[in-house]
Write a protein that binds this ligand. Structure first.
Ligand code: AMP
Ligand code: TRP
Length: 338
């Protein structure tokens, strides 16, 4: 019997998927799906940590599901499901909440960044609690499935470290219950930067749509965004994230999509100027996006997708339920022995 290593990961349904999500996460899922047993979900519960319009949320979920498949995730190989359809996530999330401290949550840099944006109004009064506790739901998303690895972009590394700390602590307090997961971070593209401010991560929650590329952007729009991406005045295509963050970001995007090294990209563009460079980056991003969009349009309203999701949720539930029961028994929450 084959014994594949397991992976689990998810993307938050706060907007459509960006090129950063694709390169940092989905592209890896697709490449890994033959080698690993994979569980990939739409993190819809994570999308409500900050206020979000109801219709927007519904649309995001539907669109994200279709995009997963459109990007090449194969329902025969990967179990794809919607997080809230596996109730065990929230239940384990609560148990982990009771096994963690405010101190460790306060140290999460993502929380610090996001909460300072809200804080300016009035101390901590208006910071949504979910923003603080969300890494515990994420830890539950992971620990339910005993994965060997969690494929993510660099920004999630700290949350996975927290997950490991909690798992180790609970294993020694209550008895062995969780596998300690490793992170899986791609060598190229684990942090795609904002096109307008390449010192910041590309994010779908940015207020400026020119700063990110959505996989559902109109191709003309993509072209405009790449052409107006911030570079520098040197006109030399060289990778130097410190001194040339904008150009380095475009080199990373190009290398990742072309599946080649940074050095190969640098040498290819050695004698070309920024105009030619941006034209080629645009072409490679547009080729990728247009083929994804073609698949997406076929899948968006298809009945098949609903069927795949149901199968995915059933498989996920089977594993998650066994794990949750084990945890409940070890903690003493089940009074009947099972
Ligand atoms: P999120 O959109 O925050 O739910 O992120 C989903 C996945 O995409 C996570 O694995 C992130 O680390 C990854 N990701 C998000 N933004 C980027 C980015 N700009 N570059 C690389 N990976 C990213
Ligand atoms: N928190 C992740 C992000 O914002 C998304 C996510 C939620 C996730 N649960 C997860 C990623 C579990 C990996 C595993 O990027």
């Amino acid at each position: 019997m084959e014994n594949k290593k397991r992976m689990v990961s998810g993307i938050t349904a706060t907007g459509t998927i960006t090129l950063g999500n694709y390169i940092g996460a989905i592209k890896n899922f697709v490449e890994l799906q033959d080698k690993f047993e994979m569980y990939i979900f739409v993190a819809n519960l994570h999308a409500i940590t900050s206020p979000i319009d109801k219709l927007k949320l519904k649309n995001n979920i539907k669109s994200m599901v279709a995009l997963y498949f459109a990007c090449g995730l194969d329902p025969k190989k990967v179990k794809i499901f919607i997080q809230s359809e596996v109730l065990e996530h929230t239940q384990l999330g609560w148990i982990l909440t009771c096994n963690s401290t405010l101190g460790e949550l306060n140290r999460m840099t993502q929380f610090k960044d996001k909460s300072t944006k809200v804080k300016s109004s009035n101390g901590t009064e208006f910071i949504p609690t979910g923003l603080l506790t969300y890494p515990l739901l994420m830890a539950a998303d992971i620990l339910l499935y005993d994965p060997d690895f969690v494929p993510v972009g660099k920004d999630q590394k700290q949350h996975i470290e927290l997950t490991r700390n909690i798992a180790e602590r609970m294993n020694s307090k209550y008895g062995e219950m969780f596998k300690i997961p490793g992170d899986y971070i791609a060598k190229i593209g684990s942090k795609i930067m904002d096109l307008q401010d390449p010192t910041k991560k590309m994010s779908k929650s940015s207020d400026n749509p020119k700063s990110y590329i959505s996989l559902l952007d109109d191709l003309k729009e993509v072209e405009k965004k790449i052409k107006s991406a911030v570079t520098d005045s040197e006109n030399i295509v060289k990778y130097d994230p410190e001194k040339k963050p904008g150009v380095s970001n475009l080199i990373t995007i190009y290398s990742s999509i072309k599946n080649q090294t940074i050095e190969e990209t640098e040498s290819y563009f050695k004698d070309k100027d920024y105009g030619q460079f941006k034209n080629e980056v645009t072409k490679c991003v547009c080729d990728l996006i247009s083929s994804i969009q073609e698949n997406y349009n076929k899948l968006y309203d298809s009945k098949e997708v609903e069927q795949w999701l149901e199968e995915g949720a059933n498989s996920a539930r089977f594993i998650a339920n066994k794990k949750l029961n084990k945890v409940m028994n070890l903690i003493g929450l089940n009074y009947k022995r099972k």
